[in-house]
Design a protein around this ligand. Sequence first.
Ligand SMILES: NC(=O)c1ccc[n+]([C@@H]2O[C@H](COP(=O)([O-])OP(=O)(O)OC[C@H]3O[C@@H](n4cnc5c(N)ncnc54)[C@H](O)[C@@H]3O)[C@@H](O)[C@H]2O)c1
Length: 451
Amino acid sequence: MARQQPAVATGGGREIAPATGKLGVMLVGLGAVSTTFIAGVENVRRGRALPIGSLSQMATIRLGKRTDKRAPKIKDFVPLADLQDLVFAAWDPIPDDAYTAAVKAGVLDRHEHLEPIKDFLQGIKPMPAVFDQYYVKRLQGTNVKRGKNKRELAEQLREDMRNFKQSAGVDRLVVVWCASTEVFLTPGPAHQSLQSFEQAMEQNDQSIAPSMLYAYAALMESIPFANGAPNLTVDIPVMERLAEERRVPIGGKDFKTGQTMMKSVLAPAFKARMLGLSGWYSTNILGNRDGEVLDDPESFKTKEESKLGLLEHILQPEVYPELYGKVYHKVRINYYPPRGDNKEGWDNIDIFGWLGYPMQIKVDFLCRDSILAAPIVLDLALFFDLAGRAGLSGIQEWLSFYFKSPQFAAGLYAEHDLFIQQTKLKNTLRWMMGEEQITHLGVEYYEYADR
Ligand SMILES: NC(=O)c1ccc[n+]([C@@H]2O[C@H](COP(=O)([O-])OP(=O)(O)OC[C@H]3O[C@@H](n4cnc5c(N)ncnc54)[C@H](O)[C@@H]3O)[C@@H](O)[C@H]2O)c1
């Protein structure tokens, strides 16, 4: 990591190395989310669009008392990499360049947002991927690395990272997994220690998924790694330990975009008002490649686990058995090609109130999956880079805001409530910069505070 200039002294906060030079954003997968992210950043850089949905670019952060009227934009408060300094690279088993992949994904308007930056997008060609159809049944790839075992493949990924850093002249790298959802795996013996993991790679053990090889390669190269899919990837003891040892930030899992984002807003509202819940039925239709991959039951199981966990954590049925002890929660994803990336997510929510009287809420979210995910990729790339420069390593729980199944330290539980996550994110930024935490107590504004 480049430290050409003295670190920023932040008055009681962390020492943060400045964001000098370029930041290389390496994306695993060059599909709908990645291309929407890359094309979006380039359109923003050219002044052709706004980075809507990105906290790092658009949100403000209040500092001090409400009467101080200090609320800078986050990007003016913390030393983030500038959008002009981002350089992109990707791996994908499908050899399409970013322009072709974006046209095929069909998310962005070709004439408005792709043609004007065609040359730029065509310049981003995916490196051969570490890919194995065993882990993503519905895909076939030709742009694939060959090696005698998984360890050798991981070494090839490390070499890609070093080569890109050198050829693109970037100072720092971050890796974000934006590739397909892999089949469901549970942590096993191979995931416990570096020794068992490396041995398993050499023996081509099936419990080592491609995503883990990317994560291992990134950590060995001291590069922060964020996981946008529900795969285990960095959510295993060996990766957590490796990240601590090598002083690298990690985090995941699964970008929190449409339906789950709404769930993490509505469920805390019911709990805040002590309203009961008897059932939550969520179904989706989507027709993009992600939908096709998730049509495979084994990949869907990974997604389902990620989507189901949240309600239980938010509602705490063990604390409130009368309200949340018998919740019927169902999640379905249906592949329906005519919709492309424009997903429709329906929720039928059965709640009950005073004296147990039932009520219903229906949510019909006609969302655009990758439009919601792209700003998350941007924020994660910038905040993981910031975390690295601030010397934060291991799981970055303060970035739970962006994930459906946030990773957390042993002995804790995940925080899913979007507004607690937002407070945690902003307070972490204040803490990094040596500013006071905001507790929202506010007695100091009233007369009785002096008594
Ligand atoms: N869009 C959203 O709202 C959203 C939300 C949460 C999570 N996600 C997850 O993000 C990921 C990307 O979504 P998408 O809509 O861009 O899907 P996509 O199918 O358009 O793109 C995924 C790309 O990853 C590639 N890929 C698969 N295995 C790979 C490997 N081993 N190495 C390199 N590339 C590989 C595929 O070839 C494909 O091009 C999915 O796992 C999805 O579940 C998306």
